[in-house]
Design a protein around this ligand. Sequence first.
Ligand code: BGC
Length: 259
Amino acid sequence: MSVTESARRGFGIDVGGSGVKGGIVDLDTGQLIGDRFKLLTPQPATPEAVAETVAGVVDHFGWDGPLGVTYPGVVTTDGIVHTAANVDPAWIGRNAAEVIGGALSGQRVTVLNDADAAGLAEERFGAGRGHRGVIVLLTFGTGIGSAVIHNGALLPNTEFGHLEVGGKEAEHRAASSVKEAKGWSYERWTKEVTRVLVAVENAIWPDLFIVGGGISRKADKWVPLLTNRTPVVAATLRNSAGIVGAAMAADADVTATAE
Ligand code: BGC
């Protein structure tokens, strides 16, 4: 039997603004087993339309075990969606796990915030590996997502992207979409990112920040320009972090129920 065949497997799906991506995850290494598969996010991204797309990704792999799915807003542990800053407002008040489960054939579904999923994966298998203490992951994209992890345990649904910083919501000040919209240089944008990091570090005193999102690929251009006090490192799992973290959350749910 090959290493891959003997791996403890999980399955994760990352629901983003443009794509719904999934893959089989080796839960012991955080590596994907085989390729990712992506379908375009339906527009409008209503709950039922997204659920059908998630089902399409699950079917592609013929996966019939438990799965984790990310959502780009607040999802409390009872599965209820509470915010929809950058997605269709029809999600608010819906039970995300039930809606997605309704399009599948009985697989158990765990839904969690997208940044929380990325944080779980980065802390364990990525840039946070080997670090102890409080880690804050921030993702910079259309909005700003956040995750707080303390020695492997996630404090879910922190929403630092919506903190008011200098009279403005953090994500309206420093998301990477703001840099694009304003045509800012890295130097100009990094000033705003520093303000957000300082607001967060004054409130929670993390030991490490991990910065993710597409713009973290260019981290060498801007992370050295930050002037906040907490060390900052770039995410390393790139676009598999959400998939891996979702699979980890589903696995933790199954384990918790079995105990
Ligand atoms: C949402 C967060 C989400 C982040 C990234 C924010 O607008 O409020 O829940 O994690 O965008 O998608």
